[in-house]
Design a binder for this molecule. Sequence first.
Ligand code: BES
Ligand code: MN
Ligand code: ZN
Length: 499
Amino acid sequence: MEFTIKSGSPEKQRSACVVVGVFDNRKLSLSAELVDRASGGYVSEIIRRGDMEGKLGSTLLLHNVRGTLADRVLLVGLGKERDFRDKEFRSAVRSAVKLLNETGSYEAVFYLTEEKVKRREVGWRVEHAVLVAMESVYRFEQMKSQPTEVRRPLRKLTLSVPQRSDLGTGEKAAARGLAIAHGTDLARDLGNLPGNVCTPKYLGERALELAREFPDLKVQVLEPAEIEALGMGSFLSVTRGSDEPPRFIVMEYLNSPRKAKPYVLVGKGITFDTGGISIKPAPDMDHMKFDMCGAASVFGTMRTMLELKAPVSIVGLVPTCENMPSGRATKPGDIVKSMSGQTIEILNTDAEGRLILADALTYAERYEPEAVIDIATLTGAMVIALGHVAAGVFSNNDALARALCAAGDEAYDRAWPMPLWDDYHDGLASNFADFANVAGRAGGSITAACFLSKFAKKYDWAHIDIAGVSHKDGKEKGATGRPVPLLATWLLAHEGSPA
Ligand code: BES
Ligand code: MN
Ligand code: ZN
């Protein structure tokens, strides 16, 4: 979809559709008021008849409204004016875009971006209108033999800003929103692909393809022998039972004008998690194709930054493999040596994400990073703790955790701080190795983060557990692309920041 920014009166737009808001209860927004005046009170007459109350997300499509130059006027309910916040704004945009996509308009001029949203400026409204519009029309149909056809899909949205002086801000925000949406779409596509297509090898190829599309990106895809040579015994222990060879993907985008140290993103890339010898129960095991969504979010965030040519240095690291049972698979009780030299007793082969991340975190040391963020569908316990709303953030630096959560708030891709206190480490004690890969059931997402922290002592680090937010179940089953918006927002706040 294409987006442009404009400033002008709704009744003067030559367009297939002009989209204006109505507040609950029957209160016209300023732009609806302008249409009403031009039409000699036609809109308020319709509202008086009770066809549009202004309930959030409701819509009413009018044709040939006299006094206007557009073919149609779409009224969109905004809910109560004093409650019009982030969620309500996004929900109104979603309703409008869905309707436009299903009806005859190829193109529309959008006035919802002129409505005041509490604590948000025009740039935020434009960026989020773009993000929500793109999210609303996303489809994953590359695996269907007969993709469903949208007869007259929405191709172009013109977003209106209140003043001519807002045009520059609006254009920048639209470009930013579109780049974040493209990154999110990439993460969703990779997440939605099945495990028999999206293998470690396939992810390596997609990384090389990204580098071909964006020459600013340098990509290296390490194969088993090279991973072995690095001493990644923890990572390799997870791949033993699988016939698909692992890959370790390194993506470098070093574009800080001040040659600042890079931010390193590490994504869990388990392309399918059966649990290994500690095998998972059959119901819903197909969800474990989403166990590479952390890796997908690294791909997506890279894409966003590349598209924007952001003046910041970022390295993406993706350890990727399958977790399968077999005669060669790692067994409970096996002890392995990580790249850091620390030994690990693997008590549960289903706690594999932390094993592949451990060696990637050690690999990250070579960049003397500004900070390292790992993103992983790490624990079922995270879903129990924060549900499907917020991701959990664990960090050895409180300011870093706060900055990530603030970025999540701004991006409407929320994350919430979790503790990492020493007291939680005790459960990982082992009589045979330096420590075990699991503790008890209690506080499972925190002890998992404690395990990771043992490999992240040399830099500022945060771990984002996205098990609850990376994908949805039910009618909307599929990858969400989260937390690409959070990560991109956080990184863009560091543009050209000094070391
Ligand atoms: N990939 C899973 C975590 C997961 C569960 C992600 C549900 C998304 C939805 C992870 O590898 C896993 O199996 N974790 C175990 C850890 C346990 C064995 C300590 C879990 O959470 O049960
Ligand atoms: Mn597992
Ligand atoms: Zn897993």
